[in-house]
Design a protein around this ligand. Structure first.
Ligand code: ADP
Ligand code: TYD
Length: 208
């Protein structure tokens, strides 16, 4: 069985990424497969400090350029302290968001920064996931789900529906650039249906 696999979950806010990342971690554990569940922005103590600067407060407080730098700084710490050590120990590392979120949020929707995001990524991070689940769903429904949580971390949800529509297309478009690792999952199904679909894909890859 393969080990040291890096899996990411991506999609618009409220699409069900966290629910599915947790479900996958717990199914793998039940099957005796060691894994680390982590998230971005955050996932290490330094990156969690940067997270607070990013997700709380006024929607216009950072420019897309500053955001790109902050997300990348947080990612570097996350990579050094959590992702790489986990992979080196042969664990499956599951991250709720990673660089594809920067490609879409800062790269496409908030300024034409996609090439700069890729350059910065190649320079400072240079690690792509082995497998990415893009949870696709209707932004209106996802926005309702996300805001219903009332988490106090709604700076990005507060950009509104049109922003979420652009994001959805940006995420779907990733499949064209990273065909092999990206799997688009229909997020309108029940959580149980989705988690079974995802577990089967992961299981096939681990046993391939
Ligand atoms: P994300 O991490 O993408 O923002 P969450 O996993 O936190 O999304 O889910 C957002 C909300 O929607 C939560 O209240 C969660 O319980 C609910 N939810 C998640 N998946 C589903 C689903 N397949 N059907 C209905 N509700 C869901
Ligand atoms: P998250 O807590 O995953 O939000 P949600 O659970 O609502 O999906 O992420 C916080 C916000 O940060 C989210 O709106 C997406 C945004 N984000 C970026 O803009 N760029 C990035 O590189 C990352 C990782 C997240």
């Amino acid at each position: 069985m393969k080990s040291g696999i890096f899996i990411t979950f991506e999609g618009i806010d409220g699409s069900g990424k966290s629910t599915q990342a947790k479900a996958l971690a717990s199914s793998l554990k039940k099957n005796g497969i060691d894994n680390i569940l982590t998230r971005e922005p955050g996932g290490s103590s330094g990156a969690e400090i940067i997270r607070k600067l990013l997700v709380e407060g006024d929607p216009s407080k950072w420019s897309p350029e500053t955001e790109m730098l902050l997300f990348t700084a947080a990612r570097r710490d996350h990579l050094e302290k959590t992702i790489e050590p986990g992979l080196r120990e042969g664990k499956i590392v599951i991250s709720d968001r990673y660089v594809d979120s920067t490609r879409v949020y800062q790269g496409v929707t908030r300024g034409d920064l996609r090439q700069t995001v890729d350059k910065l990524h190649n320079l400072m991070i240079s690690k792509e996931p082995d497998l990415t689940f893009i949870i696709d769903m209707d932004p209106q429904e996802a926005l309702y789900r996300g805001l219903a949580r009332d988490s106090g971390e709604d700076r990005f949800e507060d950009f509104g529906l049109e922003f979420q529509l652009k994001l959805r297309n940006g995420f779907l478009d990733l499949k064209n650039s990273f065909t092999e690792r990206c799997h688009i999952i229909d997020g309108s199904k029940t959580s149980q249906q989705i988690s079974l679909e995802i577990f089967n894909i992961v299981n096939n890859i681990l046993n391939d």
